[in-house]
Design a protein around this ligand. Structure first.
Ligand code: ZN
Length: 309
């Protein structure tokens, strides 16, 4: 039986770029192999950004090339601009994800461009894709879609308009990210429905954070309105800088447990997934890992029928 939801593991990118320590390349590759072995079928493995800004990602091309040797999954890379996109496409990434902030204040502070100016950058990246690697897919991830620590409220109309502009520019899909952990389930349901009404099947992943404990509730709300791709991070790696001690990304183990317990197939073997925490812990000694399911263990009588795609 085929999986019904796609769990997109973002730990090697979102997680590793948020922690201070740099995981040695060999340890990253062992961890990525363990993630692949658990049945995950999509992974974000690196960011293509200058090494002086993010030394954790200096080996991005090597990590992408290794991940490409593992069969049957989509290897993604985050790129902030054209230069990063070129490097990621040349490394052979199957899919690029481009963060575009819906918050004007956040966008200006980070990239000195308005959200709609960023759509121009996205167009340029799409042209580059057509030239260098026409089969590669491009996803835009609308960050701060549910609120912004600089601006506060991000009007839903701004998010919907930006999603429509990105879809019109030609991206393959548009995801919504709760970058700052401010989303609630009612808002998630409403905004994904509005975006879907505007861009239909180009509606992409839910990238939720657990900063205020609502990560899984928000994923379930997104599922209820038709979202089928969910970003999460093994061990919740990627602490939120705005709430020290709090987990940032949704914990993959808990997300997979939730869906499997509901009878929604993920294709991921929970035992193998939890075993993938070992190479992560070895590569990042002392880094806190989160997750209620790994702490509690699987409940007595829990039987998982793992689908193989
Ligand atoms: Zn995240």
């Amino acid at each position: 039986m085929l999986p019904e939801v796609l769990i997109s593991e973002v730990g090697p990118r979102d997680g590793l770029q948020s922690v201070k320590a740099t995981m040695p390349t060999a340890a990253k590759l062992r961890w990525i192999a363990a993630l692949h072995g658990s049945g995950l079928r999509e992974i974000e493995v690196a960011s293509f950004v200058p090494a002086r800004l993010l030394p954790q990602m200096a080996d991005a091309a090597e990590v992408v090339q290794y991940a490409l040797t593992l069969p049957g999954w989509t290897v993604m890379a985050l790129v902030p601009n054209r230069k990063g996109a070129e490097a990621a496409l040349r490394a052979g990434a199957h899919k690029l994800t481009l963060p575009v902030s819906a918050s004007e204040a956040h966008s200006l502070a980070n990239v000195r461009k308005t959200p709609l100016d960023m759509v121009e950058e996205v167009r340029a990246i799409l042209a580059l894709r057509d030239e260098l690697a026409p089969t590669a897919k491009i996803e835009a991830g609308v960050s701060t879609a549910f609120g912004c620590t600089l601006q506060g409220v991000v009007p839903e109309d701004d998010v919907v308009r930006l999603a429509a502009a990105l879809a019109a520019a030609g991206v393959d899909d548009v995801g919504l990210s709760d970058t700052t952990g401010m989303a609630n389930p009612a808002q998630v349901r409403r905004l994904f429905q509005r975006v879907r009404a505007e861009i239909g099947d180009k509606t992409g992943a839910a990238h939720m954070h657990n900063t205020r404990g609502l990560g899984l509730a928000n994923c379930l709300a997104a599922y209820d309105v038709g979202v089928r791709t969910f970003d999460s991070s093994l061990g919740g790696l990627g602490g939120c800088p705005y709430a020290p001690g709090a987990s940032g990304n949704v914990v993959t183990e808990d997300l997979v447990f939730m869906f499997e317990a509901m009878g929604v197939r993920t294709g991921v073997d929970l035992q193998k997934l939890m075993a993938a925490r070992a190479p992560l812990a070895e590569g990042l000694p002392g880094e806190p890992l989160y997750g209620m399911t790994p702490d509690a263990g699987l409940p007595k009588g829990f039987a998982q029928e793992v689908a193989h795609a």
